[in-house]
Structures are given as C-alpha cells and as structure tokens.
Design a protein around this ligand. Structure first.
Ligand SMILES: Cc1cc2nc3c(=O)[nH]c(=O)nc-3n(C[C@H](O)[C@H](O)[C@H](O)COP(=O)(O)O)c2cc1C
Length: 220
C-alpha cells in the first residue's frame, strides 16, 4: 500500500506535523508499505480558486499544471491521509482550497446532465485526522463532530465515491492527551497498513472510464 499523507499546517514544529510523522511511522513499520508527505504550506500550494478551475467545473479547458500534479500524486496512492488542524470546526482554508481545486469534475466525479453523478474515486481509500484544541465534550455538546463527518466524510469523499476507512479526531487540551494523541496517530498508521489488503476499493491506476470504482448514483 502506498499512502499520500497531506498536511495543511504552516509550521513543521506543530503538533499537526508531529501527528503526520507518527502516522507515517506507523504505516512504514510494516515492510512493503510506503508513504509520501505532501506538505501543502511548504510546497506553496495556492488554494485560490481560479477562472481556469471554474472552466473545468463547467467542462471547459484543461487543468493547470499544479492541479494535474496533485491529481497525479493522488493517482499514485492507494490511500489518502488528510492530517489537519481543526479551524472553526472544519478544515483550514489551505486544505479546503486544495480539495476545491484538485477534486475536479471529470477526475473526482462527473455530474451528468440528467442529474446523476458518477463517483470516480472508488479506488482511493481515505483516512481523515482532524487535530483539535477543544475537548470531546465540546465536540459532542454542539454536534461539531457529527457536522464535520457529514460535511467532510460524506459530503466530499462520499460524493466522489472514495471509501473513508477511518475518521479520527485527535484532541489535545493538555500534555497527557497530547502524548495519547501521538500514540493514537502511530496506531492509526499501523492499523491502516494492516487493513489495506482487506479494503474493498476498486483497482488503482486505471483511467476514469475503466475504474471499477466508478458508480453512477443519484445526485446530491
Ligand atoms: C484559526 C484557528 C481556529 C481554530 N478553531 C478550532 C476549532 O474550531 N476547534 C478546535 O478544537 N480547535 C480549534 N483551533 C485550535 C487548533 O485546532 C489547534 O491549534 C490544533 O489542534 C493544532 O495544533 P498545532 O497548531 O500545534 O498543530 C483553532 C486554531 C486556530 C489557529
């Protein structure tokens, strides 16, 4: 299994980056499993949606080179891990912009004229890791955890047909919970490597038309 671990945080000394490193260590503790870190801030990914991006959404023009490069590295992976700090009960703008620009019409999904949607990412397993400063009680009391799951797991990856194989919130309001969260991150990586052969994803590396994972479903 090859994982692309995407991190959206400007500081490599942050807790978010430490979590991403632990996930990678957990994956790579199992021989034969590899990973690549995509540090969106360090790489200078521009999250601003462009006129060209809008053209793609409307089936005009071609993807910009930077967008194509992102799609290609996702295509090389069996698993996409998103490790991000929770900002305002959601993902940071950098990561949201990455999804807005990279998960394009014709590559991630295809909205058919008659109102149905072809889900094109059935071959890509997804693990979400939100890293938050608030405690579990706050997430539960206000329904933030459920809201995030609905919007991100279901609304984004469900729409594209990418199976969410894990969705975790790592909360670290104090030092002991920080240590616990880092251990959890390692275990998540390790669990992903062990579980990978059992995922029921479509075969990777196929063109959109041949992807077995592509499924036509009613629209949103
Ligand atoms: C702009 C901003 C918004 C934030 N919003 C939330 C939030 O809605 N919920 C939460 O649990 N933590 C929130 N936090 C705290 C971050 O999630 C916390 O900084 C995160 O766990 C990452 O730690 P790190 O920056 O050391 O990686 C926010 C932090 C910032 C800077």
């Amino acid at each position: 299994m090859h994982a692309l671990v995407v991190v959206a945080h400007p500081d490599t000394a942050s807790f978010t980056h430490a979590v991403a490193r632990q996930v990678i260590a957990g994956i790579e503790t199992h021989p034969g499993h590899t990973s690549e870190l995509a540090d969106l801030a360090a790489e200078g990914f521009d999250p601003r949606f462009t006129v060209a991006d809008l053209g793609l959404f409307n089936r005009r023009g071609a993807a910009e080179a930077s967008v194509l490069a992102e799609q290609q590295r996702i295509d090389r992976a069996d698993l996409l891990v998103l490790a991000y700090p929770v900002y305002w009960w959601s993902m940071p703008g950098l990561l949201k912009g990455w999804i807005d620009r990279v998960f394009t019409q014709g590559w991630a999904y295809d909205d058919l004229p008659e109102g149905r949607t072809v889900k094109m990412l059935g071959r890509l397993a997804v693990q979400l890791i939100g890293i938050g400063g608030a405690d579990q009680r706050t997430y539960a009391r206000h329904g933030y955890a459920d809201a995030m799951q609905t919007q991100i797991d279901h609304g984004i990856f469900g729409y594209c047909g990418a199976p969410v194989v894990g969705s975790d919130l790592l909360l670290h309001s104090d030092a002991p919970s920080r240590e616990k969260a880092l251990r959890q991150a390692f275990e998540i990586g390790s669990r992903l490597a062990v579980a990978a052969p059992h995922w029921r994803t479509a075969p990777p590396h196929l063109g959109p038309a041949e992807r077995n994972g592509a499924a036509v479903t009613p629209g949103p």
